[in-house]
Design a binder for this molecule. Structure first.
Ligand code: UDP
Length: 460
């Protein structure tokens, strides 16, 4: 079928963090596959790689890097908002003219709810993408609502941890910024930021959540009772869901440079299901003592391991550890995570439980050792271990350290024995459900189609 001359054009706007760029890029590609023109704007000078599929997503960049701690977070966020608010109207005008397809919709990360004001000023549709789990959204939403009603923090914590549509959460299972809310902690700016995602939740034209119905049925239904929301996940490149689209294997824009020398060959040389893949994502920073315990725990497990230690973390490794473990272990500064998780030799993922990593492992059927660090990760870990039962969660000692014995024990529990088999069976089940949601006509795909059709209809 011949395309219309002028298509409805979406401008997708993620915040400058890898865990937000990835799902937004993937969503953009899905929309482009449904006859929409999509441009994604990356706010960073550090983008290394763009995947440009012909006729698919265009990437433009604006120099404004992610938070690097040089100024206070509040100042950074103010500057970010001012820059984006100033530049967006210019960008919309410029792209509408240069592409010949007028922008009709701003699709923004939920961490930038104020983009809706620009959408309104320009007469555009405003759609927000929430990149956390729906359980975590439910926690933040309730805090937002209760803060408006001036409910004291201690009461608020009890209410959210016992909220009916959520698993029974201990305080330690709540997102870290919420755990610390009783005291005036360093987290208060971050708490304001995550809760602020809901400041105009009911006003946006569309709300999308990177999850799928069957994964979080109760939380999805409850949040949808507050206003319409559309689960569209798992937002991972379609090759890993249906193995058909060879050209949709990578997310696209990356802030990190993978050092993959020999990585695939190394994985190829290992037995099926024998490798532990370890990664703590793009932001988490572990202490030196903790890094050493992980290192010795990996060694004690006797398993082969592929460990992502970002350049900035490398000095925390025990001296000579990388050299001494060569053969059994490979340490890289950044991986092609999806390719690794999809590799037959990977039997377990020791993860910080970032929401993207969690969804990726779940969608690829890889059992997890959950080692949450901060933000929404404790809640994700709770669901991994106790709700979906696709992994085990490490326990820290009284000093807050996860010891080498604990690391070894958890890896063995997942890789060996009856519990491991049970976890693998559950992982298979969730993998199939993730694929079903993303398949053509599946619950998430339907929501994407509905949005694309609505934009196309309003445009003509
Ligand atoms: N990732 C990657 N290579 C790595 C580590 C991470 O490609 O070595 C990707 C991973 O696949 C995921 C994203 O970076 O899509 C990290 O997002 P997540 O939500 O898991 O964690 P965050 O970095 O936001 O803490």
């Amino acid at each position: 079928m011949e395309k219309q001359n002028r298509m409805s054009h979406v401008l997708a706007i993620p915040i400058p963090a890898q865990g937000h760029i990835n799902p937004m890029t993937q969503f953009s590609k899905r929309l482009a596959s449904k006859e929409l023109q999509v441009t994604i704007v990356i706010f960073s000078s550090k983008v290394l790689k763009h995947t440009r599929r012909p006729g698919s997503v265009q990437v433009v960049t604006i120099d404004f890097d992610g938070y690097e701690g040089k100024i206070s977070l509040d100042d950074y966020l103010r500057q970010f908002r001012a820059t984006v608010t100033r530049k967006l109207p210019e960008l919309v005008a410029e792209l509408s003219t240069s592409s010949g397809h007028p922008i009709s919709c701003l699709l923004y990360d939920s961490h930038m709810p104020w983009v809706l004001e620009t959408a309104r000023q320009l007469g555009l549709i405003g759609a927000s993408l929430f990149t956390q789990s729906c359980a975590v959204d439910t926690v933040y939403y309730n805090i937002h609502e209760m803060q408006q009603k001036k409910i004291p923090p201690e009461k608020l914590l009890v209410t959210v941890s016992r909220f009916p549509s959520l698993a029974a959460l201990e305080i330690a299972d709540l997102p870290s910024f919420v755990q610390g809310m009783e005291s005036e902690s360093e987290y208060s700016s971050l708490l304001n930021q995550v809760v602020g995602q809901f400041s105009n939740f009911k006003d946006a034209d569309w709300i999308f959540v990177n999850t799928f119905n069957t994964l979080e049925e109760e939380a999805v239904n409850w949040l949808a009772s507050q206003r319409s929301i559309k689960p569209i996940g798992p937002m991972i490149p379609s090759f890993y869901l249906d193995r058909q689209l060879e050209d949709d294997k990578e997310y696209g824009p990356s802030l990190f440079k993978p050092n993959l020398d020999g990585c695939n060959e190394w994985l190829d040389s290992k037995e099926t299901g024998s490798v532990v893949y370890v990664s703590f994502g793009s932001l988490a920073a572990l202490g030196g003592e903790q890094m050493a315990e992980i290192a010795w725990g990996l060694k004690r497990s006797g398993c082969c391991f592929l460990w992502v230690v970002r350049e900035s973390e490398r000095k925390k490794l025990p001296i000579n550890f990388a050299e001494e473990s060569s053969g059994n272990g490979l340490i890289v500064t950044w991986s092609q995570q999806l390719e690794v998780l999809a590799h037959r030799s990977v039997g377990c993922f020791m993860t910080h439980c970032g929401w993207n990593s969690t969804l990726e492992a779940l969608s690829l059927g890889v059992p997890m050792v959950a080692m949450p660090q901060w933000t929404d990760q404790p809640t994700n870990a709770k669901y991994i271990a106790d709700v979906w039962q696709v992994g085990v969660r490490v326990k820290a000692n009284e000093k807050g350290i996860v010891t080498k014995e604990e690391v070894e024990g958890c890896i063995r529990e997942v890789m060996e024995g009856e519990r491991g088999n049970e976890i693998r069976r559950n992982s298979e089940k969730w993998m199939k459900l993730a694929q079903t949601a993303a398949d053509e006509g599946g619950s998430s795909d339907k929501n994407i189609t509905e949005f694309a059709a609505d934009l196309a209809r309003k445009f003509h």
